[in-house]
Design a protein around this ligand. Sequence first.
Ligand code: SAM
Length: 252
Amino acid sequence: MSHPKKKWGQHFLRNRGAVARIVEAVEPAPDDVVVEIGPGEGVLTEKLAALPNELIAVEIDPELSERLQKQYGGRITLINGDAMEAPLPPRPYRAVGNLPYNAGTPILRRVVADPNCRRAVFMLQKEVADRLVANPGDEAYGFLTLFVRLYASARILLTLEPKSFYPPPKVRSAVVVLDPDRKPFASESLIHLISASFRMRRKKLVNNLTTFGAREEIVASMKRANIDIDIRAERLSLEDFARLHDAMPKTI
Ligand code: SAM
């Protein structure tokens, strides 16, 4: 056992029941590659390697990576690198991992937006998982909710207490299953609009949008999209944002 390294968010899963449920939830098709992110000491890797699918594991810690390489040899492909940058397979794959807290959100965003991802089963902080399943008006509803919803539908598979890990983290964790559900209107400029809309959460939407043009112009766009001009971003659904995007000046 190596000493857990805080800088890489190393909290190793010690709950065997949770390991089994996570691996079961991956459900890869015969030709899906399985990509494990942050295998660590290999508690999930052991079960994933028993599947008939090709397994690629991406681990940033050279020490743990070397250990897994020795253990599995050529049976799995180990990439010692950063999952925020490492190449993702150019063919259908399913991603799985107990993600490090410090890099969980960017890794999640990257994988979920990737067209080859057929499913992702990710352990995250419970607070982040709650954002993925939030509805308009909920405290947890915001940019991340809508970003992920552009590409996938999310459900919480299970919730875990800190004692399920070594060392125990400060917060609860949850496993989320994300299945592709790419919206036809997904675009960089819509993401830009949503991001600007939540910049100052307590402000009215119109005030956050004046970065895109004169207030009268924004008000006119909101009216064209049939959106209440006094509303806050947290009340709008993804479809409302898509409609607003269509009604906005084409320069955004
Ligand atoms: N899968 C193991 C488990 O469940 O016990 C380890 C989970 S631990 C929460 C997160 C793992 O991700 C650690 O092994 C850590 O070294 C690795 N990690 C952290 N940042 C990473 C990154 N940017 N890319 C790839 N792996 C990373």
